[in-house]
Design a protein around this ligand. Structure first.
Ligand code: ADP
Length: 167
């Protein structure tokens, strides 16, 4: 059974992420989308919220599961028996960093390969940060976020803007 892991911050999951998930789920027998805790990033959404949003958008993909971890990715992959890491590659900006991470992961776990899927052209410039910036304005988000989470996203953003319980 070919298992792949798609790691990321998913703060929040975007249509670009979902496109990678759908394509990878057709290539592998089982795909684990894993929200990784990154001490360097201060997320807008809690780990539980990010997992819940991804679970909502992958509900119709039976071979996709959602998880979270604060482990080193190479160790997590070893524990899960995952032999391939899937990454999405956007125009220019992702390459340098992703290439470096792929090499480091392979150094730590020599059985671990990284496979890159090129971003779909309409999502090439889409990132979670862009969506968070747009959230302050009254913009139609349907080109950027999976429709199942747009309302959740807007509600959460308005809570934050009202100075509410930011997690
Ligand atoms: P971001 O860079 O938006 O904070 P993540 O850390 O959640 O995203 O990204 C997880 C993975 O998804 C990375 O491999 C990243 O390159 C990829 N990715 C992010 N946005 C897109 C997109 N619009 N299209 C394809 N891949 C993407």
């Amino acid at each position: 059974m070919k298992i792949a892991i798609y790691p990321g911050s998913f703060d929040p999951v975007t249509s670009g992420h979902l496109n990678i998930i759908q394509r990878a789920s057709r290539i592998f027998d089982r795909l684990i989308v894993c929200v990784m805790v990154n001490a360097g990033k201060k997320p807008m959404f809690s780990l539980e919220e990010r997992v819940a949003m991804i679970s909502k958008v992958v509900a119709d993909l039976p071979n996709v599961e959602v998880d979270s971890s604060d482990e080193l990715l190479a160790e997590y992959a070893r524990r899960k028996g995952g032999c391939v890491i899937v990454k999405g590659l956007r125009a220019g900006s992702d390459f340098e960093n992703e290439f470096q991470m792929a090499l480091i992961n392979r150094k730590i776990n020599p059985d671990l390969d990284t496979m890159f899927l090129t971003a779909e052209h309409q999502y090439m410039y889409l990132s979670s940060s862009t969506v968070k910036e747009l959230a302050s304005y009254d913009v139609d988000l349907s080109d950027f976020l999976p429709e199942q989470i747009i309302e959740d996203f807007k509600k959460r953003v308005s809570t934050i803007h009202q100075g509410g319980n930011r997690k």
